[in-house]
Design a protein around this ligand. Structure first.
Ligand SMILES: O=C(O)CCC(=O)C(=O)O
Length: 262
């Protein structure tokens, strides 16, 4: 079997804490998934806006009424997401980055940043949302349309994962103190439809406002080594948590509801 990543890619991931994998899926596949996302958003037709309060107060976006559409655990809404979750093009890269054969799901989340008003995310680590003992948790952000800087692409701070868990401000969500962690200082990661951005949950990241006339459509998959365990029950409600995406769960954890959190 071909290695999914070369040694330079792996070294860059471990050095920077993030890696953009180009064309992990094809542009036509990305276009199909984009339609799935927008159809799901229309079916859910929710008025709820998941924009973080801090996005309005610390990113300078307060003047605009910014908006965001999201949906958790999309594989429970459409089988197209379930197929992509176990697609070896994704899971082989995830395993290579984890450094072992087994990849377990934590949760998935679709984001649509609408044109002109798509909300920013202040810089943060994902760690405070779902801390784990061994810090193997990582995200894969699938881009289903092009995400240049003006669409509010993700930005990341190279090497920030090596600082370990950082103190965050909590105000409904978690973010880093904006005076020391400025979004504009983080490195933009512009992506094209079909690209997937991988980053560890300790990597400091955020994203800007979508000022373009097109929506930015992404799907985020949080995954981990199954031998890594949550240290709180903060985010154990996700329906699909604990599903194996590749390999086995060597811990043979009980799945009948009587065991510890998934
Ligand atoms: O999709 C984005 O722009 C950022 C999302 C993010 O930072 C997160 O969900 O933790």
């Amino acid at each position: 079997m071909n290695e999914p990543l070369g040694p330079d890619d792996l070294a860059a991931y471990h050095e920077n804490g993030f890696l953009l994998v180009r064309n992990l899926i094809s542009r036509p596949e990305a276009a199909t998934m984009r339609e799935e996302c927008h159809a799901l958003a229309a079916r859910l037709a929710s008025d709820a806006d998941p924009t973080w309060a801090s996005a309005r107060t610390v990113t300078g976006a307060s003047a605009a009424r910014t908006t965001l559409k999201h949906a958790h655990d999309t594989q429970f809404h459409s089988a197209a997401f379930a197929r992509l979750l176990v697609d070896p093009r994704f899971t082989d890269v995830a395993a290579a980055l984890l450094g072992g054969p087994n990849v377990q799901l934590h949760h998935t989340k679709m984001f649509i940043k609408p044109p002109e008003t798509g909300s920013p995310f202040p810089l943060h680590q994902d760690h405070p949302f779902f801390p784990h003992a061994r810090h193997t948790v990582a995200a894969a952000v699938f881009h289903f349309d092009d995400a240049p800087q003006e669409k509010g692409c993700i930005r990341a701070v190279p090497g920030s994962h090596r600082k370990g868990p950082l103190p965050h401000v909590e105000d409904g969500s978690w973010h880093l103190p904006p005076d020391t962690w400025r979004l504009q200082d983080a490195r933009p990661c512009p992506a094209r439809a079909g690209d997937v951005l991988f980053f560890n949950y300790l990597t400091v990241h955020g994203s800007g406002l979508n000022t373009s006339d097109q929506a930015r459509t992404t799907w985020l998959v949080q995954f981990r080594d199954p031998e890594d365990r949550p240290t709180t029950d903060e985010h154990t409600w996700s329906l699909g948590q604990g599903m194996m995406l590749r390999g086995i769960d060597p811990t043979a954890r009980r799945t009948d509801g009587a065991g510890e959190p998934r």
